[in-house]
Structure formats: C-alpha cells, structure tokens
Design a protein around this ligand. Structure first.
Ligand code: NI
Length: 256
C-alpha cells in the first residue's frame, strides 16, 4: 500500500521527543509521502530541516496560516513571498480564513488570503485552504478567481453537501481526515456523495487523531485508519483507495 498524507505538521514541537520514530512508523505503515503545510515565519526552518533529512518522503509548502495573521502580517507575507521564489515548494499553504477563535483580524485575514492566492497563480502552485466558520467568506474570494486556472484543496473538510458542491464546481479537492471517523460528525454522509477523483487523505497531525486512536496525539501512520474507514464507506478495497487518493495527490501537487 502506498499512501500520501497530504497535510501533516510533523515539524512541530509535539514531535520533538520522538520525531524519527514517528516518521519510521509512518514509512513502515506505507505512508510514502508526507506533505508539510507551513504556519508562519517561526516554523519554516524546522519544516525545511525535516524535508532535507527525508528528501524522498517529505515535501514542504509555504504560506501564512490564518491563525497567524496579526499586526505584522505584511512582513510575514514578505517572508512567504521570498521563500516561495526560492522554489522547492509544492503548494502555497496553509492559507485561508479562520473565524472560530477570533475575528479581530478578519480584514487582514481576507487580504492575506487573497495576496497568497495571487502568489500561487504567479508561481502556478496549488493552494491548501484552511476554512473554519468561514466557507462563505472564502467562497466570496475564490469566486473572484474562478476560471483563472487556480487549483487547490479544502483541507480538513467538514462542510455539508452545499459546500461540497461549490468546491467541486471550482474543480478543487476535499482533504478528509480523522473527523470522518467520529460518531455524530455526519461527515461520512457527505463524503459518500463526492466523486473518488476529488478526495485527498490527510491526518492534520498532531491534531484530530482518528478512531481508534481518538484523543491521543495524531501522527502520520494513523492515516491507515482513515484510509480503511473511507474504503469501507465507499465500497473499494483499502489498497485501491490508497492508490486512488495518492494519484489524486500527484495530480494536484504536480511538482512531485
Ligand atoms: Ni494544518
């Protein structure tokens, strides 16, 4: 089985004590590729160091996470741009709008999202979107870029059928993680309506560990539980679903 974890933050300090073991667990479980979304200027160095240590398995993205959009976001965006221009990144991410915790910087979040979309278009890179309590706000911005060749994924998708339909209309992908295995989430009913060629697998480690590991620190090897759950839901074999979703990842993240 060859799986791709399209969203994993293995460079974070949650893994400082046992990072190599965690990565070996993932490789042993058949997670051949791990895509690392950036958060802000404070995470770039650790992320790139990890990618240098595992050049065949770890691939970095560059971007400013909406949760890190503060007073200094213009400087942060300069750093994103400088880094992006050096090359070697598979996507602009993670970027988007998060209105769950704090709406203080909503205008700045909108501006940062749009500027990073422009950067992705300039460099012909896909975007990895973080959307939390913000589908409509994100759709309003994406609508302005419809038909421009912009491509991307809604990572950690948790919307309903209406949101999924809108995303499919953009020709974007949906990143599905451990939330789909949670009872009462209801996400399984939505995912079963989505064409297989639009689905990507992700863990979002260290967050959102899937059943049967729910509540523990998440790691990329747990992707096998998400793959098994979805394969069953969608009536394909785990091997087939791994192959389909890895091919989808290669299609979107063409740089690999
Ligand atoms: Ni993330």
């Amino acid at each position: 089985m060859a799986l791709t974890d399209t969203h994993t933050h293995l460079y974070l300090r949650e893994f400082d004590a046992d990072r190599e073991k965690v990565i070996q667990n993932a490789l042993d479980a058949g997670i051949e590729r791990m895509f690392l979304p950036n958060i802000d200027s404070g995470t770039i160095e650790a992320m790139l160091k990890l990618c240098r240590s595992y050049p065949k398995s770890m691939f970095p993205m560059i971007g400013l996470h909406p949760g890190s959009v503060k007073e200094n976001y213009v400087d942060e965006l300069k750093t994103v741009r400088e880094q992006a221009l050096t090359g070697g990144f598979i996507a602009i991410g993670e970027i988007g709008i998060d209105l769950y915790w704090d709406k203080t910087f909503f205008p700045q979040q909108q501006d940062a999202f749009e500027k990073q979309i422009e950067l992705a278009k300039e460099l012909n890179l896909p975007i990895v979107i973080h959307a939390r309590n913000s589908f409509q706000e994100i759709f309003n911005i994406l609508d302005k870029h419809a038909g421009s060749g912009l491509r991307g994924v809604f990572h950690s998708f948790t919307g309903g059928l209406a949101e999924a339909a809108k995303i499919l209309k953009y020709d974007f992908y949906l990143g599905i993680n451990g939330i789909v295995t949670f009872k009462n989430a209801g996400l399984d009913k939505v995912v079963s309506q989505i064409p297989l060629n639009r689905l990507l697998l992700e863990t979002d480690s260290p967050y959102l560990s899937p059943v049967p590991k729910r509540g523990s620190r998440n790691e990329s090897s747990h992707l096998i539980y998400i793959n098994e759950f979805l394969a069953k839901l969608l009536s394909v074999s785990p091997d087939q679903f791994a192959e389909i979703t890895s091919a989808n990842a290669s299609e979107l993240f063409k740089q690999i």
